[in-house]
Structures are given as structure tokens and as C-alpha cells.
Write a protein that binds this ligand. Structure first.
Ligand SMILES: [Zn+2]
Ligand SMILES: [Zn+2]
Length: 301
């Protein structure tokens, strides 16, 4: 993993080139800086070095067997809450400095948070959006904002898991759209070699095999119903969309890539594709409720 300082320098340079994204970049930078206490610990703020040797192997097998992302199988007890609490406070302080919400709301959150941190983490690991929605009133904060705070705490460990799991025996066997590590919906695909496409998770950086013939949203397998477009002069970036469900994702072709993209800014870097796609009335994959997800929920009921 690149050193935090060099990542921050790259981000600062990017911000100068793309001033329209100043706000987004400031938030991203602040979150990275708040993660420093966690990043300084050897296992990203977890106790996984105390787990049995086969811990991670077992998790991967169970994840494949149940079709559930690895995060949803983790217990919050793997975390060192003393360290996480430092990041939590730094995140709130950072948001306050950036004037994102009113100060007194943060104080209310701090007063209520000393014990619930494990619960917040557990719910976020399981991608339980309803839980955070139910907290909106209590804290007078948007659920997406609450989730973002908890994300800052768990992201370093998710990145660590993504770098430790097996590629051929896990990431390439997963065969689903949602991220096998953190369960989030991807919107970027990287093309490395001819015909090898991989989803790239924007949250944990996991890269996992995708079926190029199947639409990641509606699962249509008719390749003729797929469309592509790109901007002349920027052939390293493409939009791939489905003519049946109008969903799209962005493709980064590493072979044609001549420019460096700072880690975590792939989305902003390729935002010109989103503008074009939206003009064509296409919908970004991560903004859609995946049909596969709905199917899974129906099975549960
Ligand atoms: Zn992920
Ligand atoms: Zn589709």
C-alpha cells in the first residue's frame, strides 16, 4: 500500500487540475487523514493476527457457499475499538471543520456513540441500510452521512481483506455483481488483458471477475443487446450499457491508459463519462437496486 503522505500529495495535485471537485476531494482527503490512527496499526485496526491461521480461508469458503460478502460474516469484535474511536473523533472533527453539518449535531452523536460503535459497525458490515435510516431522526443527520462516518472506520480493514483473499479461488469464483468483500455495488470495470474484465470496488479496491456477456443489473446474456461508447482522444475510458435495462458502468482499459489516476479518485477522474451517459438517459449501476439483490430478498422471505 502506498504511503498515506504520497497519496495525499497526488490528491492535492488532482484538486488543482479539477477545481470543480474541490468539495468531494476535501471530504475524501479528510477521511483518509482521519484513518491515520488505524493505518498506523499493523492489521488495520483489527485483531485478525490473533485469529486461528485458517480464519480467512474459512471465511472465504463460507462466503462462496452462502453467496454473502465477507464483511457480512465478520463480527465487530475483530476490531480494536480504542483505535477506531480515535478515527471516529477525527472524522467528526473533520466534518465539522468542513462545515458539512452543524456542530451541535456532532456533539449529540459523540454523546450517544461511546457504546454503540460496535453496533454501528455490525450493521454497516451487514449493509443494513434500514438501521441507519431509523437513526436519521434521532441524530438529525442523513443516513448516508452516518454511513459515511462508519465507513471511515471500516474501510482500512476492508482494503486489507481485499488484498489478502485468494484471487483464483475466491475473487474469480464469486460470480456476482456486488463486491465479495464489502457488499457494495461497483460502477467501474477494469480491463487488463484481452477479454478479461474485472469489477473494481470503489470502497475496498477489490478486483473480481465479471462475466462480460452478462448484464450486471438484469442478467441478460445477449451480448448484442450491449452498447459501448467513448470520447475520441480518451479511448482508455468507455461506457458499457445494457439496452434492456439502461444500466451502465464505466470501463478503464489499463492497456490504453497513459495518465495516472490517484487511488480512490477513479470515479471523479471518469466523471465526464457519467455526464455523457446521463444525457442518454442511462442509469449508473450503483444507483439501481440490483435485480439479483431483489431476487435474494425474495428467497429470504
Ligand atoms: Zn468492496
Ligand atoms: Zn441489463
Amino acid at each position: 500500500m502506498k504511503r498515506l503522505e504520497s497519496i495525499l500529495t497526488e490528491i492535492e495535485e488532482f484538486k488543482k487540475r479539477r477545481p470543480t471537485f474541490e468539495k468531494e476531494i476535501k471530504i475524501y482527503k479528510m477521511m483518509l487523514q482521519a484513518q491515520k490512527p488505524i493505518l498506523e496499526k499493523p492489521k488495520a485496526g483489527t485483531y485478525i493476527d490473533r485469529m486461528p491461521v485458517k480464519f480467512l480461508d474459512k471465511l472465504q469458503n463460507l462466503s462462496l457457499k452462502d453467496g454473502k460478502p465477507l464483511s457480512s460474516l465478520l463480527e465487530p469484535t475483530i476490531y480494536d475499538f480504542k483505535t477506531l474511536n480515535k478515527t471516529f473523533l477525527a472524522t467528526l472533527e473533520g466534518f465539522e471543520k468542513l462545515n458539512i453539518e452543524k456542530s451541535k449535531k456532532y456533539l449529540k452523536l459523540i454523546d450517544n456513540m461511546s457504546k454503540p460503535i460496535p453496533e454501528f459497525i455490525e450493521k454497516r458490515l451487514k449493509n443494513d441500510h434500514k438501521f441507519f435510516l431509523s437513526l436519521e431522526k434521532k441524530f438529525d443527520l442523513r443516513n448516508s452521512f452516518l454511513e459515511m462516518i462508519v465507513d471511515t472506520l471500516i474501510q482500512p480493514s476492508m482494503k486489507m481483506f481485499a488484498s489478502k483473499v485468494k484471487k483464483e479461488e475466491f475473487l474469480d469464483l464469486w460470480n456476482k455483481t456486488i463486491c465479495p468483500i464489502c457488499g457494495r455495488i461497483p460502477f467501474i470495470v477494469v480491463k487488463d488483458e484481452e477479454e478479461v474484465w474485472r469489477f473494481q470496488c470503489a470502497f475496498c479496491n477489490a478486483e473480481y471477475a465479471m462475466n462480460i456477456f452478462r448484464c450486471p443489473n438484469c442478467e441478460n446474456e445477449d451480448f448484442k443487446r450491449k452498447g459501448f461508447f467513448f470520447v475520441e482522444g480518451r479511448e482508455a475510458f468507455e461506457v458499457s450499457y445494457c439496452q434492456d435495462c439502461s444500466s451502465y458502468f464505466k470501463v478503464i482499459n489499463k492497456h490504453k491508459l497513459r495518465e495516472g489516476i490517484p487511488i480512490g479518485l477513479e470515479d471523479l477522474h471518469t466523471s465526464f463519462l457519467d455526464e455523457l451517459a446521463q444525457k442518454k438517459n442511462l442509469k449508473r449501476l450503483d444507483t439501481l437496486r440490483l435485480r439479483t439483490r431483489i431476487k435474494n430478498q425474495q428467497i429470504k422471505r
